[in-house]
Design a protein around this ligand. Sequence first.
Ligand code: ASP
Length: 362
Amino acid sequence: MTDVTRRLFMQAAGVSAVAVTHSARPARAAGAGLEGVVRVIASGNGAAATKKAWELIQEGADPLDAVVAGVAIVEDDPRDTSVGYGGLPNERGIVELDAAVMHGPTHKAGGVASLQNIRHPAQVALKVLQRSDHVLLVGAGALDFAKAHGFQEENLLTDHSRRIWLRWKETMSDRDDWLPDPAEAEPPVAEFFQKNSVRIAETGLLRFRRPTGTIHCSAINAKSSMSCTTTTSGMAFKIPGRVGDSPIIGAGLYVDNEVGSCGSTGRGEANLQNLSSFAGVELMRNGASPEDAGMEILRRIAKTTEPRLRDAQGRPDFNINFYLMAKDGRYAGVTMFGDADFAVTDEKGTRLEKCRPLFGKG
Ligand code: ASP
């Protein structure tokens, strides 16, 4: 979601777009005595989701039901090209979704991967948790399971996402039969494409840098019960069948009701190689604050990144973000680099706060 569409979306959702720099800090400084706090945090595209989930928790909903209902707003939104309906497709032009849920009080989890044609994969993941003896269903089996539970199939590829995919396909190579329109693509497609591309000096071709998206959302209620979900269309133009971190328990999300929760957006492969959400919760168990735990998992990823994926300074050339919340309500968002937001709703309202970057580059 671009800043503009996010702003419009937040206005539509009645959310104030106030960026508060590191206001996670007062919560952390307050330390103990935060039991009783009701708080929902999410990736930067999740302000409407945190608001909805917080309201549902206040009405008595279980935090897991609340976060799944919250992220459904983003799964429904065609303007968010990283989640649900309107998500960017795989390399064949087919939208394939990954999602998972985890319930703190029971420590149960459910997930779906490479799910096609169902716009609310987080809801299917919740059904896997509630109505199966399994944790993860993939592909055709996940679709059959969703249909058995009454989910309707539909085409999730919007015209906007189809055009972005088509332009990617046409500009990948000048040696195949797919040729771009010599006239510029329509403005929203061209703008999206330009923003996410680098020109290769030798060939003059644009190389599309796959944008990252996804929504992670986690919540704590007044009884200190925690739950979370992560839902995504995954890496744009991925090889069909590629599964990212989002539906993998311990990678895209993890919660231990006695400790805290952690979830992720960004390059899933880096997370899968480090099982970072599990690591984040374990670091908090050993006494790290949410922010310190988040910085440590970013450092581990930076350290293990293969040379192919490093910039001239040796830093990862991809982004990845984590959202952490401790059992006592302390919370943080961290990002590998640059200026990233995360969403928070609590008794102070709904707002975007700044993720703390490991590296200062944009
Ligand atoms: N983490 C997601 C994945 O790798 C993608 C993203 O957040 O952009 O599938």
